[in-house]
Write a protein that binds this ligand. Structure first.
Ligand code: ZN
Length: 122
């Protein structure tokens, strides 16, 4: 079994951004919950886990569309099946903040290619 560079990437175990943004008290922890099709979704905003979205895009199983600029930037994309018109979920770009540098470097080019917007970190 060969070891790929992707296997060394540390992806977020739990969503952390919402507690910080909403200044919610501790205690209840947000989770990535597995839903239809085995995809992990944030139980707060419903976003598909970035690693799952990366796999869908890399394997040609999904496409992105329908971002509005409600907050002054493309804060979400609709994720649909590349075959037919099935809706797989959404991806909220706020979850990019949670990624380790390695995960961001792996995911950002894939996301950029799919949506036509270049994502970088400060
Ligand atoms: Zn979320």
């Amino acid at each position: 079994m060969s070891e790929s560079t992707e296997s060394k990437i540390v992806w977020p175990d739990v969503p952390t951004i919402h507690k910080a943004e909403m200044r919610l008290p501790g205690g209840e922890v947000d989770e990535w919950k597995v839903r239809d099709g085995g995809l992990r979704h944030c139980d707060y905003c419903g976003s598909i886990h970035p690693e799952d979205l990366m796999t869908l895009l890399q394997t040609g199983k999904a496409k992105l569309s329908g971002s509005d600029w409600k907050y002054g930037f493309p804060h979400k994309f609709y994720v649909s099946s590349a075959e037919g018109c099935g809706h797989l979920g959404k991806f909220y770009t706020r979850h990019l903040i949670e990624l380790s540098p390695e995960a961001f470097d792996a995911f950002a080019p894939v996301l950029s290619q799919a949506c036509g917007i270049k994502w970088e970190r400060d």
